[in-house]
Design a protein around this ligand. Structure first.
Ligand code: ATP
Ligand code: MG
Length: 432
């Protein structure tokens, strides 16, 4: 039951004169979470900065609820959140309040069992306070030992690897202390680094790639190429579920589901079979580039990792890049599959990605896809189909299904299939 959160920021600390821009983005994101989850009519909250810390205090009968905490730890830019209590600038009062909190742990039978070692870590930003940091840590540590150490419940100070850390922060407005820290995802606040369009498939990789971009303060829209009728509609539900897991990292996510089966079918009919997967990828990139331009996304993001599959050899990636005039970011390029899977578990997309799905690239793929493509064949194929493909790509974009997912995971259909003009829809969406 906490009424104070002390937010420690990550890379905002490294910023210079433009630091306020970063703070403002973070502040807006935090406030949007509080607005939805801390809505008790009897409570009021105050958010303010104290030097490099951001403090949220609730007044009245309300406490921070679990939904708020779960949402706050996903906000990019936050390094950690201390669930804190506050006392006046008075050491005696601090000791009393710390004892209240530690008494709760004692009542739960934690001392001497789960908690055998502890340390006090103090930082004093308010230099006029009568005791210095070391003095506070030493004196408080001593009083804790006196009160809680006994023959049956032995506890000791361990400065290197303690089981309980009591953080004390002396600021000008009071002394804050905390025994519980939640860790965030760090990085930069959402929106400070621009916007990209992320190519999301139902697999393990692309959601993890997206998560890594969120950490860098990037806003994202998502595009999924649906190979209907080669694959069923269920795969779209799977991708929506994945977007719901990614949505909490920003305030609003848009997913474009592009009907791509027709294009894949016609490519498969006319190209050499070993080039199919590569050509599917190439046209996905070209189509995503057209959309990115319309929605003012500055780059594309994919879940490629070098050598993972045949389409991800150096030569093939270089060739695919030629289908796009804008940058393609591949944050997983040097990741091993196991590292990707571990991150997928951490962000909660593993259980969705693991569900088997039909994949047109696999269904239509050739057993031995090309790994070192011939430029001549590639260029000839592309120039002979250019006009036809241009028309087809625009057509399939116009037939996209567009969905908006808010950060709580609610999904809204912006427009159903057969919308006549994607760009227009997006503009209307922006005006809302
Ligand atoms: P993932 O890489 O997400 O696990 P995957 O392994 O099935 O899915 P790859 O063949 O590795 O996909 O494709 C490489 C990248 O190309 C994906 O990470 C994704 O960014 C993009 N991609 C592939 N298929 C699609 C699709 N149907 N829609 C959107 N993007 C796709
Ligand atoms: Mg992959």
């Amino acid at each position: 039951m906490y009424k104070i959160l002390m937010v420690n920021v990550d890379e905002i600390c490294l910023k210079g004169r433009n630091r306020d821009t970063f703070w403002n983005k973070l502040d807006a994101h935090i406030r949007s979470v509080l607005k939805v989850y801390q809505f008790s009519p009897t409570s009021k909250y105050k958010c303010y900065r104290d030097d490099l810390r951001y403090i949220i205090e609730i007044f009245g009968d309300d406490y921070f609820n679990q939904n708020t905490l779960d949402a706050l730890v996903k906000i990019p830019g936050i390094y950690s959140i201390l669930l804190a209590r506050k006392t006046a600038l008075d050491f005696e009062k601090l000791v009393q309040e710390v004892f209240v909190e530690l008494d709760e742990l004692k009542e739960k039978g934690l001392f001497g069992q789960k908690i055998k070692t502890f340390k006090v870590n103090t930082k004093r930003a308010y230099k006029r306070f009568s005791m210095d940091s070391n003095g506070i840590s030493r004196e408080l540590g001593h009083l804790i030992l006196e009160r809680y150490n006994s023959k049956s419940e032995v506890i000791k100070v361990d400065l290197h690897n303690p089981e309980l850390v009591i953080l004390v922060r002396v600021l000008s407005g009071g002394i804050y202390f905390s025994t519980k820290t939640l860790y965030g995802i760090g990085g930069l606040p959402t929106g400070v680094s621009g916007r990209v369009l992320t190519l999301l498939s139902g697999g393990f990789d692309s959601p993890v790639a997206s998560y890594l971009m969120f950490k860098r303060g990037i806003e994202q829209s998502f595009i999924f190429f649906h190979a209907y009728p080669f694959v069923a509609n269920e795969v779209v539900d799977k991708v929506i579920e994945i977007v719901k897991k990614l949505a909490p990292y920003q305030s609003r996510s848009i997913l474009y589901v592009v009907p791509f089966g027709d294009i894949q079918g016609s490519i498969a009919k006319i190209c050499k079979p070993e080039y199919r997967t590569m050509l599917f990828r190439r046209y996905m990139i070209e189509c995503a580039t057209i959309l990115a331009r319309e929605i003012e996304a500055e780059a594309l993001v994919t879940g490629d990792s070098i050598g993972q599959v045949a389409s991800q050899t150096l030569s093939n990636l270089a060739l695919i890049d030629r289908g796009s005039e804008i940058s393609i970011f591949r944050p997983l390029i040097g990741f091993n599959k196991l590292e990707i899977i571990n991150l997928a578990r951490k962000i909660g997309t593993f259980d969705i990605s693991v569900i088997p799905q039909d994949d047109a690239c696999t269904l239509l793929a050739y057993k031995h896809p090309v790994t070192k493509p011939y430029r001549d064949y590639w260029d000839k194929f592309n120039s002979s189909t250019e006009d036809e493909m241009n028309v087809k790509l625009k057509e399939c974009l116009q037939n996209s299904r567009i969905m908006r997912v808010d950060w709580r995971g609610n999904v809204y259909n912006v427009n159903n299939v057969n919308c006549s003009n994607v760009a227009e829809t997006i503009i209307q969406e922006k005006l809302k």
